[in-house]
Design a protein around this ligand. Sequence first.
Ligand code: ADE
Length: 250
Amino acid sequence: MNISVITLFPAVVQPFFTTSIMKRAQEAGKASIKTVDLRDFALDSYGTVDDRPYGGGAGMVLRIEPLHAALNQVDPNHQAHRVMTSPRGVVWNQAKAVEFSHKKDLVIIAGHYEGFDDRITQHIDEEVSIGDYVMTGGELAAAVVVDSVVRLLPGVLKKEDAAAIESFMPVSLDELEKAVGSTPELQNLRNTGGKTMVSLLEYPHFTRPQTYEGHAVPEVLLSGNPKELRVWQLRESYRITKERRPDLLS
Ligand code: ADE
């Protein structure tokens, strides 16, 4: 997958893209992550990329010309999926990450300052928010999108990691019901919601020591019985989801 991140602050995201799993994914040829400095497309030798908003108001607005020029250079024929990070975008989640992981080319514009000239939206496919809060810029949001997408690309994570039950990964209602029994929530999902799958939060993990300050690791994890282990994991995932994120079960 080819990813380009257009930003005024490449130095914010570059260390992240060249460390740990993002680095490994690129070395293995699974992803190419390029940062493009918006300042290279400035309007003048002073590096101007923003201006005061028409109609007044606080802050500066990114001008359309540098943004459009950067897009045209990175993706001249609009083959890539083009997104812009912005608090007013669709809220990012695991389903969006899975959707994006099937794209071949992805361009992300990290929005900055108070906003951007709205006419750029005619040249992008969607705006993406990472949550209902406002940051000073979209760089961290771009990093969130890239990380959650790249780790889903085939071969990036080790097989056993990828196959494990994971937060927000779908589990079949049939398998879950076998593990936890037929609860009102599951019946409701099946009958009213017409669902066959449900997304759960992840079960707890433990490593050595076996007992710490009197708290022992659950016996089932030591048993080596894969069927019992799977049932325990599903039960724990269900318990934690019901407790912390009941919205995922409704
Ligand atoms: N830029 C500023 N805040 C943001 C958010 N919550 N999501 C995406 N981009 C942003």
